[in-house]
Ligand binder design. Structure first.
Ligand SMILES: Cc1cc2nc3c(=O)[nH]c(=O)nc-3n(C[C@H](O)[C@H](O)[C@H](O)COP(=O)(O)OP(=O)(O)OC[C@H]3O[C@@H](n4cnc5c(N)ncnc54)[C@H](O)[C@@H]3O)c2cc1C
Length: 399
C-alpha cells in the first residue's frame, strides 16, 4: 500500500484550486497542487467580474489579497441598455456605503490568478506546495487514499483529491462522471481593446446594434482603459476571418465611435456550456469550479461560483481531516454545491432565453418587452442583461 504523501491533492492551479489551497492552509491543512505546464494558464483575461463575496473570501484566506484586487479593479455603477441605435433605459447601482468592498469589481482574471498564486507562495510556503509540469492522467481510489499519476511520470498519494482542473477536467473524466446539460449553439466574439473613451466607466448592452444587426453586443470596462467588447456572432463564424483587423475594426468602431485610437489586446471566439457534473463527490474525490459546472458568462457566475465551491469544500474537508467527521459526510458537499449549480443554471437559462431567444414565442416576447422597456419597469426587468449574480439583496444591503 503506497503511503499518503499529502492530506489533500488539488489538480489545477486556476482560481478555484488556488483558493481551495489557501482556505485549507488557513486552517493549518497542507495541500499539494498539480498544474500542467511550466506556469499558470495565461490565455487572455477570461473572467473579469469579482463579486464582493469573492473578494471577502480571498481576503479571509490570504489577508491583503481581496484588498489588492479591489483596489486594482474598477467599479461601474451605470448600466445602459440600447435597442438598435436607441437608448432604452439606464440603471444606477448604489455606491457601497456599509461594506468594505463594492458589489463587484472588474479586473482581468490574469491578475486574479497571479494574485492568488502570489498569496499561496507568500502566505503559506510551508503548507502549499505547487508542482508545475504535472499533467494528471491517472487516478485510482482505495478505501484509504487516492493515487494520482501524471503524464510526466509522477505518482502522488493523497487522503483526498480536489479536481479543480477546468472545463475539460481529467479528474472528472477519470472518475467517469458525466456532464448533464446542454452546449449552447450560440457563438460569441470577444476583443479586449485599450482605448481612452470619452465616457465614464459603465456597462453598455446593445440589442441588434448597428454593425451587428439581429444579434447583440456589450461593452464592459476594465482597469487601464481596457474595454471588454463582446459580440454574439453567427454559428459558422471563423475567428481567423473575424479577427482580421479590417473586419474587427468595423465592429469595434460601431461600439467606440469613429475616431478614438485603440489597440486590440486579445481576441477569442467562445461557445459556452450550460452543464453540471452528475456527481460532485465520488468517495474521496471532489469536483469544483469549471470541472463541476459551466455556465454562460452572462452574470459573472463561472469564477465566482467556483470560489463558492472552494469555500464549501475547504469547510467540509476540515471537518473530516481535523474534526474526525466520517469520509462519507463529504457527500454533503455534493448536495450543497449541486443545489447552487442548479440555481445558477436556472438563472443563466432565464437570461439566455432573453438574450438569444431560441423559439418564435421567446422572440416575440422579447420584441414586446423591448418596445415596452422605456415605459414599464416589468419590461425593463425582462430585458435586463445582468450582472445577474449581483442579487437584489446585495444591492439593498449596499444602499
Ligand atoms: C473565453 C472565456 C471567457 C470567460 N469569461 C468569463 C466571464 O466573463 N465571467 C466569468 O465568471 N467566467 C468567465 N469565464 C469562465 C472562467 O474563466 C472560469 O469559470 C474560471 O476560470 C474557472 O476556474 P477554475 O479554477 O475552475 O478552472 P480554470 O481557470 O480553467 O483552471 C484550471 C487549471 O487546471 C489546469 N489543468 C487542466 N487539466 C489539468 C491536468 N490534467 N493536470 C494538471 N492541471 C490541469 C489548467 O491548466 C488550469 O490552470 C470565461 C472563460 C473563457 C474560456
Amino acid at each position: 500500500m503506497p503511503r499518503s504523501t499529502t492530506p489533500v491533492l488539488i489538480v489545477g492551479a486556476g482560481p478555484v484550486g488556488l483558493t481551495t489551497a489557501l482556505l485549507l492552509a488557513k486552517q493549518g491543512i497542507p495541500s499539494t497542487i498539480l498544474q500542467r505546464g511550466a506556469d499558470i494558464m495565461r490565455t487572455g483575461s477570461r473572467a473579469i467580474v469579482l463579486l464582493r463575496e469573492t473578494l471577502e473570501t480571498f481576503d479571509d484566506a490570504a489577508p491583503g489579497t481581496g484588498d489588492k484586487l479591489a483596489a486594482r479593479g474598477i467599479t461601474w455603477r451605470i448600466k445602459r441598455t440600447y435597442y438598435k441605435d436607441r437608448l432604452l433605459f439606464s440603471e444606477t447601482y448604489p455606491a457601497a456605503t456599509h461594506s468594505r468592498y463594492p458589489l463587484f469589481v472588474n479586473v482581468s482574471q490574469l491578475e486574479t490568478d497571479c494574485a492568488l498564486l502570489h498569496a499561496a507562495q507568500q502566505h503559506y510556503p510551508s503548507l502549499i506546495s505547487i508542482c508545475f509540469d504535472q499533467t494528471v492522467s491517472g487516478l485510482e481510489q482505495t478505501p484509504q487514499n487516492v493515487i494520482v499519476t501524471t503524464r510526466e511520470g509522477g505518482e502522488f498519494v493523497a487522503d483526498f483529491v480536489v479536481g479543480a482542473d477546468g472545463a475539460h477536467s481529467s479528474v472528472r473524466n477519470l472518475l467517469g462522471v458525466a456532464l448533464v446539460g446542454r452546449r449552447s449553439e450560440n457563438r460569441f466574439l470577444i476583443a479586449d481593446v485599450r482605448a481612452k473613451l470619452d465616457i465614464d466607466y459603465e456597462r453598455r448592452f446593445y440589442y441588434s446594434p448597428p454593425g451587428n444587426k439581429g444579434y447583440q453586443a456589450f461593452m464592459l470596462p476594465q482597469p487601464d482603459n481596457v474595454w471588454r467588447l463582446d459580440w454574439q456572432v453567427a454559428a459558422d463564424t471563423n475567428l481567423a476571418i473575424e479577427a482580421n483587423p479590417e473586419r474587427l475594426d468595423t465592429r469595434v468602431r460601431a461600439l467606440i465611435g469613429p475616431h478614438v485610437p485603440y489597440e486590440v489586446l486579445w481576441t477569442s471566439l467562445y461557445q459556452f456550456n450550460n452543464m453540471r457534473a452528475e456527481h460532485f463527490t465520488v468517495g474521496r474525490v471532489l469536483l469544483a469550479g469549471d470541472a463541476a459546472h459551466q455556465f454562460s458568462p452572462f452574470g459573472g457566475r463561472g469564477l465566482n461560483s467556483g470560489i463558492g465551491d472552494a469555500r464549501a469544500l475547504a469547510r467540509r474537508l476540515a471537518e473530516v481531516i481535523k474534526d474526525g467527521s466520517p469520509v462519507h459526510s463529504l457527500a454533503s458537499y455534493h448536495e450543497e454545491r449541486q443545489a447552487a449549480a442548479v440555481a445558477n443554471l436556472r438563472a443563466t437559462g432565464r437570461v439566455l432565453r432573453v438574450l438569444v431567444p431560441a423559439t418564435p414565442l421567446h422572440r416575440a416576447v422579447r420584441h414586446l418587452a423591448l418596445q415596452g422597456a422605456p415605459h414599464f419597469a416589468f419590461c425593463r426587468r425582462y430585458v435586463d442583461s445582468g450582472p445577474y449574480a449581483v442579487t437584489q439583496k446585495a444591492i439593498a444591503a449596499s444602499a
